[in-house]
Design a protein around this ligand. Structure first.
Ligand code: 5GP
Length: 197
């Protein structure tokens, strides 16, 4: 994808709603531009080209990760599993992996769960999400993978906010992370991008 395109959409349509929260409702999180979405999927496939044919599943968290995960999954020809928020009905379904995820945007912790039958030790998993901020969502998904003894192939992020600590901390753990747009600052409501080689 022409990454310039994603940055341009962020610059022209996204709204900085607080010092650390960006709203992308116009094209990604509420109204969705499916042409851009498909380009995002293609870009994840390009960045993780060595994993096409190896990855068995794509994992994300509902709700805003689902669209981008599906867009990527078409290129890997694998199913998407999305972790569900809210406590599962224990009487009906004890067969779940659970992890807490703190959302700094909502200031709440929710338990996410995935049915055990959808993740196993045979799976090699690409984690996809719309944003990376403090890394709580990613860590929650890594916990689900650990519980399943599944293998993490890498983490693909549409928008990383590099002024929040998640990306640095996860990379320091040696994890492979690819972000399509990296925001270095939103100070004063102005979005600035970082570009890495
Ligand atoms: P983290 O868990 O890394 O702190 O934050 C990532 C999760 O919070 C993502 O799943 C995303 O849905 C949400 N999130 C984090 N930052 C933003 C933001 O600036 N805008 C929106 N719309 N969602 C965000």
């Amino acid at each position: 994808m022409d990454l310039q395109l994603l940055e341009e959409r962020i610059q022209s349509e996204a709204m900085v709603v607080s010092p650390d929260v960006l709203r992308v409702d116009m094209f990604l999180n509420h109204q969705i531009d499916t042409t851009l979405l498909d380009a995002i999927g293609a870009e994840f496939a390009r960045l993780f080209a060595d994993e096409v044919g190896r990855v068995t599943k794509i994992l994300t968290v509902e709700a805003s990760g689902i669209a981008v995960a599906c867009a990527a999954a078409r290129y890997f020809s694998v199913p998407v599993v999305f972790a569900k928020k809210g406590s599962s009905n224990r009487t009906l379904d004890q067969q779940v992996y659970c992890a807490p995820i703190y959302s700094f945007t909502k200031e709440t912790t929710s338990t996410v769960s995935v049915a055990r039958r959808f993740l196993s030790a045979d799976d090699r998993v690409l984690v996809i999400d719309d944003f990376l901020a403090n890394g709580a969502a990613a860590r929650g998904m890594l916990s689900l993978l650990e519980q399943a003894d599944a293998t993490l192939a890498g983490i693909g992020i549409v928008i990383e906010k590099a002024f929040q600590p998640g990306g640095l901390a996860l990379r320091a753990q040696g994890l492979r992370i690819a972000s399509l747009a990296v925001i270095s600052s939103m100070e004063g409501g102005t979005v600035e991008f970082a570009h890495y080689d």
